[in-house]
Design a protein around this ligand. Sequence first.
Ligand code: HEC
Length: 205
Amino acid sequence: MKKLFPFVFVLIIVLFSSCKNEKKELSPSLKEKENKEAISKIDPSYQQIGLEIAFSTKAELGKNLMGTMKEKGAVAALEFCNIKAISLTDSMATVHKARIKRVSDKTRNPNNKANDSELKNIEVFKNLLSNNEDIAPIVETKNDSIHFYYPIITNEMCLKCHGTPNKDIDTKTFSALERLYPNDMAIEYSENQVRGIWSIQFKKE
Ligand code: HEC
């Protein structure tokens, strides 16, 4: 029982900190082999560190995004994202002494393009989600650093800027998107899909 405790603790954190669409029913075992391996080999505290970094950065981005959306609408909010998303993420990286990236297989900003191992993990999370399995972070050790991956899943709000143009995304917002991101691939999403992942690296303790 004692050994299970850190794992259960991480699951509890995950459930309480994700938005409602990300909640999954708990089942006793994770079927995904890669996830299982990642978890069994790694000190569970690294998962907690990674999750804390991901959620605090998500909260920082979300707070600013929601505030601007409410006060000034979607166009202003996306202009805010355009200017601030990466610099906000970088400033959280300084706070946490980590390298924090929000990457995707279908990017809006080409600087957020996933590399090979990130793409592989995006696929792992997509499979877990579509099979309705529990989602836990993937944690890998490389020399003296920890590589942490955790999915970013869409909810209804995201569709205002990542959904279907002229349906979820209003015309004004869509033309602003076309102007700011001529190579935008990050549209046509629906709710509860893997939009990308947090890819976070930090030093072993
Ligand atoms: C107001 C419009 C808006 C909303 C709402 C919005 N986004 Fe975005 N999103 C953007 C913009 C603009 C970018 C590009 C930011 C940049 O240039 O760094 C972006 C980038 C991203 C990225 C980084 C990868 C990439 O494609 O560049 C992820 C991941 C992402 N959004 C997920 C989400 C999720 C999940 C939600 C809902 C919880 C959401 N977004 C809601 C406008 C929005």
